[in-house]
Design a protein around this ligand. Structure first.
Ligand code: HEM
Ligand SMILES: CC(C)=CCC/C(C)=C/CC/C(C)=C/COP(=O)(O)OP(=O)(O)O
Length: 279
């Protein structure tokens, strides 16, 4: 794949874009193609720009980790200054079009999502504290709230409560991966929960968080209602979460934690599809 495409972290941002679309379809009385297309464009540019900035800012960390050493910057495929310019142009375009095409409130959430990920998480917290993802996690809320604000013209408690399903999902999503790569993170000097607590405690905390995030999603569904299809989608996600959580607690292996990580995106996808099905 073209290194400039890899800089956008396409395997990641598709779900961020879906979260924005879910927010829009869930809240808009009459969704229209032009608005939906503008949202997808803005979400693509802003999340891709944020991801490319993360590549630029973390090029030294990436070079020190097995998982990321072959990325375009450590591999010398893209000059750092070109990656920085590329990321800033995409980000500025995404945020500016967010305000121009979507309006002030959606635009604000596009900016907040970019800022919490690219600045709060990547620049300020990531190398300083294992709580880095809790500080940067609001970026996840912002993806859903930006779409919701476009569809509803406002953001209410209902929207915020739903957006926290993403926030509460992030720790088990990233810490399950970080468990498998705990030595990598230690070598790169990046604190993550699995690098600061023992293995047994890490598995227990991550598995319990994983189950708690599924319980929160189920509570939201029961509280805000939704049809049979939505219920089936949520139930599938909850069953997958319980299965990977129980398997990890029982076996405490890298492989089980990796399965939990790989299951995390499909689980969030099912929840977002349930929201769209209930739109
Ligand atoms: C502070 C917030 C977050 C952090 C630190 C984080 C961290 C990570 C990391 C380290 C990876 C592995 C990337 C790789 O090896 O290429 C990853 C993958 C991924 N992330 Fe996150 N993530 C965050 C939030 C989110 C959110 C909010 C979403 C979606 C709404 C998301 C969706 C994904 C997806 C789809 C993948 C690829 C999963 C796969 O390959 O199966 N992430 N994330
Ligand atoms: C609206 C907007 C711009 C929102 C951004 C939302 C958001 C939470 C983006 C994070 C996704 C991502 C690329 C995480 C990987 O970071 P990492 O540095 O931990 O991954 P790495 O170690 O693989 O580089």
């Amino acid at each position: 794949m073209n290194p400039y495409l890899i800089l956008l972290k396409p395997r990641v941002i598709w779900l961020l874009i879906l979260a924005s679309l879910a927010g829009y379809l869930y809240s808009a009385r009459q969704p229209n193609i032009a608005q939906a297309f503008s949202l997808l464009l803005v979400a693509f540019l802003s999340t891709g720009g944020a991801a490319a900035f993360n590549h630029y800012w973390e090029r030294d960390i990436d070079a020190a980790m097995r998982r990321t050493a072959k990325r375009p910057l450590p591999a010398g495929l893209v000059e750092p200054r070109n990656a920085l310019a590329y990321s800033l142009v995409l980000s500025a375009l995404g945020i500016a079009l967010g305000f121009l095409l979507l309006g002030p409130l959606p635009g604000l959430f596009v900016f907040l999502g970019w800022f919490f990920y690219a600045v709060v998480y990547t620049v300020i917290l990531k190398k300083r504290t294992w709580l880095n993802i809790l500080g940067g996690g609001f970026a996840g809320n912002a993806t859903f709230l930006g779409g919701y604000a476009l569809g509803a013209g406002t953001v209410d408690l209902h929207a915020v409560l739903i957006s926290f399903a993403i926030y509460l999902w992030i720790p088990s999503h990233i810490w399950a991966l970080a468990y498998k790569y705990r030595d990598d993170y230690r070598r790169a000097g990046v604190p993550m929960l699995p690098t600061v607590v023992g293995e047994k405690a890490a598995v227990a905390i991550i598995s319990l968080l994983n189950l708690a995030s599924a319980a929160y999603i189920m509570t939201l569904y029961l509280a805000f209602g939704g049809g049979l299809l939505g219920g089936a989608l949520v139930a599938a996600g909850v069953v997958a979460t319980i299965a990977t959580g129980a398997y990890a607690l029982a076996t405490k292996t890298d492989e089980a934690m990796w399965k939990m990580y790989k299951a995390s995106s499909p689980v969030l996808t099912l929840f977002l599809l349930a929201l769209i099905a209930n739109a």
